[in-house]
Ligand binder design. Structure first.
Ligand SMILES: [Zn+2]
Length: 54
């Protein structure tokens, strides 16, 4: 796995799907090819889902 993941909660770069610091789900940090707003909207929805889950 050479994918760089990023935790939006503590602004931490990691290679894990879960941040080792805050156990928050990390996102794939890629160069914005599409609209940044769309990009973040997608992750916002994802995060909301996770928050609801607990
Ligand atoms: Zn974190």
């Amino acid at each position: 796995m050479s994918q760089i993941l990023y935790c939006t909660k503590c602004n931490n770069y990691t290679l894990d799907k879960i941040c080792s610091k805050c156990k928050e789900n990390t996102i794939v940090k890629k160069p914005a090819r599409f609209s940044p707003q769309d990009h973040y909207g997608k992750y916002r929805r994802k995060l909301k889902k996770i928050e609801k889950k607990g």
